[in-house]
Write a protein that binds this ligand. Structure first.
Ligand SMILES: [Zn+2]
Ligand SMILES: [Zn+2]
Length: 242
């Protein structure tokens, strides 16, 4: 339930990564009712983590919510504490260490978006690394070394090249991903070098249809580089680490 969300982590400030913040912020704060029960909204400030620039950018978004927020406090009687945000800006280092969960931020390279970061999550002897958006960087191999799960962004270069050949008038827009993202084969190489136990691809460009044949075509060539299991991520996927 969104009412359980009290902490939000940003990797960088492209709209496809922060555009849903208004919804998460208000939905986690407001009390939600169904025919069966009441889900009480968040009554503590939202904790927001991200690279430097996060407070300036998300702070401006928060200002734009003020009209709605004021009404929720005065009319809907939502808890005022929940209308606040506390920020932790950190490009490199431990940002969260509570109840056995440790989250470490580390820098990646998604220029011209600077800074951009990835996160390592450690809990109960298990490690998950989420890349955010980036070209291949040595810092990823370092922090993902031996991880149980690496969720890495990737684009399929041959598919993108074929689109460029088909739509030369869109060459500029279509060649942009190649400048600041990682290819599927490069992601396989990172997973192999870091010795991760399971690689999950995310942020697909161009996105394959969500069926095994299309997804198999999307990851073509990766198994020659990385011998571990490869999963093409789909929305709302969950992984259990045993
Ligand atoms: Zn991005
Ligand atoms: Zn993105």
């Amino acid at each position: 339930m969104p009412q359980r969300i009290s902490d939000v982590l940003f990797t960088h400030h492209h709209y496809d990564h922060n555009g849903g913040f208004f919804d998460v912020f208000i939905t986690s704060w407001r009390t939600h009712i169904t025919a069966e029960r009441v889900f009480e909204g968040r009554s503590v400030p939202m904790q927001v983590y991200g690279p430097e620039t996060t407070k300036a950018i998300i702070g401006k978004m928060r200002e734009s919510f003020e009209f709605d927020v004021k009404l929720r406090i005065s009319y809907n009687l939502s808890d005022e504490a929940g209308s606040r945000i506390e920020y932790t800006e950190c490009n490199e280092g431990v940002v969260y260490d509570k109840d056995g969960i440790r989250i470490t931020a580390f820098e990646v390279d998604h220029r011209p978006v600077y800074p951009a970061i990835a996160y390592k999550f450690e809990y109960n002897g298990k490690t998950v690394v989420i890349s955010g958006d980036t070209i291949p960087v040595a810092n990823m191999e370092k922090h993902a070394a031996g991880a149980d799960l690496l969720v890495h962004e990737a684009y399929n270069k041959p598919w993108l090249d074929a689109l460029i050949a088909r739509y030369p008038q869109h060459e500029k827009a279509l060649s942009n991903p190649a400048k600041y993202h990682t290819t599927t084969l490069e992601a396989a190489q990172i997973a192999q070098r870091a010795g991760v136990k399971h690689l999950v691809l995310t942020h697909h460009i161009p996105a394959p249809e969500a069926n095994p044949a299309a997804e198999q075509a999307y990851i073509e060539g990766m198994a020659d580089i990385y011998a571990g299991p490869i999963t093409v991520g789909r929305d709302l996927m969950a992984f259990e680490l045993k």
